[in-house]
Design a protein around this ligand. Structure first.
Ligand SMILES: Nc1ncnc2c1ncn2[C@@H]1O[C@H](COP(=O)(O)OP(=O)(O)O)[C@@H](O)[C@H]1O
Ligand SMILES: [Mg+2]
Length: 349
């Protein structure tokens, strides 16, 4: 059997994808699988690389070019006896688009399907789903581009009418804190909205809160398992792209030092959200926890960071599942899901 590692991507989170992929490539069980590299460049070209029977030596090798790989037509990855492992974060990868392509190609793949990927990526749609499920979240106001361009004053009134400063402004479809900023007054709010619109047509403004950040890992298809919570211990008040990936100003505390009831409550919400989003494979659910122990679900990430130092695999390691075994489990879940869906469509053919 072959694993097709699909990584890189036309996304602001390109380099994080390469980092996750390099880590994963060290842990595949090469006795059972060969790994086919398929790299999507930042400009969206697809390169097919070598078939690996062992982990590559350096991360640089993963940035394929016309010299080191073969330029293939977009999406041309159909193969028999193969499963695709999309290790793509953010738009054009984690948002259901690649998943849709793989469904059409009838290829098994690891992780969330089209619906969960698309809804999980979209911060506004996510809020509607959580609201429907009575899962607590911070107050928010969606901002449409049309209203912003035609009547910024109305947008300020809408935000200031329901929220108080500080507010957090985010593009609806992004990740890794790209385009996210904090606003403490109207002037900053205007700048923050302007900035967020660089990344998406839709923007959401949220109530800023003083809170700890705890995360739960979810694994499974129909049978859903969750971990104890881990905490991202912040040394800066805003966990932005730089602090996340560049200067290591966040450390992970696993399990989080919080009361047992809070672990339980977070696990319950995480599972409920996973089912509501029609999750499969994996997801990381990120919460805010206030000093009164109030929990707010901030977001679900259907393809969380996956280096050996990332929260998702570390949360499972704390539950007794090792990095390599976790990857194997995800592959099995992907194969199982594909088989089940194939049986469904046969029944109705
Ligand atoms: N409403 C909020 N109140 C306080 N901090 C927030 C809020 N929203 C986001 N943040 C901070 O910004 C970071 C990035 O926001 P998040 O919603 O997680 O976006 P992303 O999808 O980019 O990870 C969070 O980890 C947190 O540190
Ligand atoms: Mg986040």
């Amino acid at each position: 059997m072959k694993i097709i590692a699909l990584y890189g991507g036309k996304s602001a989170e390109h380099d994080i994808s390469v980092l996750s992929t390099f880590s994963m490539l060290k842990s595949f069980y090469y006795d059972y699988y060969n790994v086919q590299l398929v790299y999507i460049s930042k400009s969206g070209e697809w390169f097919k690389g070598p078939l690996l029977t062992a982990a590559p030596a350096t991360q640089e090798e993963l940035y394929l070019t016309a010299e080191t790989g073969e330029l293939i037509p977009t999406g041309a990855i159909k193969e028999e006896d193969a499963i695709v492992f999309p290790i793509l974060h953010g738009p054009n990868g984690e948002d259901g688009t690649i998943q849709g392509l793989l469904e059409v190609l009838d290829m098994p793949y690891v992780g969330a399907g089209v619906l969960a990927s698309a809804c999980g990526m979209d911060k506004i749609m996510s809020k509607y789903i959580l609201q429907q499920q009575d899962i607590p979240q911070v107050p928010y106001a969606p901002v449409s581009k049309m209203l912003w361009q035609e009547n910024a004053e109305a947008v300020f009134e809408q935000c200031e009418g329901t929220l108080v400063y500080p507010m957090f402004v985010k593009p609806a479809n992004m990740g890794s804190s790209v385009g996210v900023s904090k606003a403490t007054n109207r002037e900053e709010l205007a700048a923050a909205i302007q900035e967020a619109f660089k990344y998406d047509q839709r923007v959401v403004v949220e109530q800023g809160i003083e809170a700890r950040e705890i995360e739960i890992a979810v694994l499974g298809n129909e049978e859903v398992r969750t971990t104890l919570a881990g905490e991202v211990v912040k040394t800066v008040d805003f966990y932005d792209y730089e602090s996340k990936y560049l200067d290591n100003s966040a450390t992970l505390q696993i399990p989080a030092d919080i009361p047992a009831e809070v672990h339980e409550k977070a696990r319950e919400y995480a599972k409920k959200a996973y089912l509501a989003f029609d999750g499969s494979g994996l997801t990381r659910c990120d919460f805010f926890l206030t000093s009164n122990n109030d929990l707010f679900l901030n977001e679900v990430n259907t393809m969380p960071g996956f280096t050996p130092f990332s929260m998702y695999p570390l949360l499972w390691e704390n539950m007794g599942i090792k990095y390599g075994d976790l990857i194997e489990e995800l592959i099995q879940l992907g194969l199982m899901r594909h088989k089940q869906r194939a049986n469904l469509s046969l029944d109705h053919a």
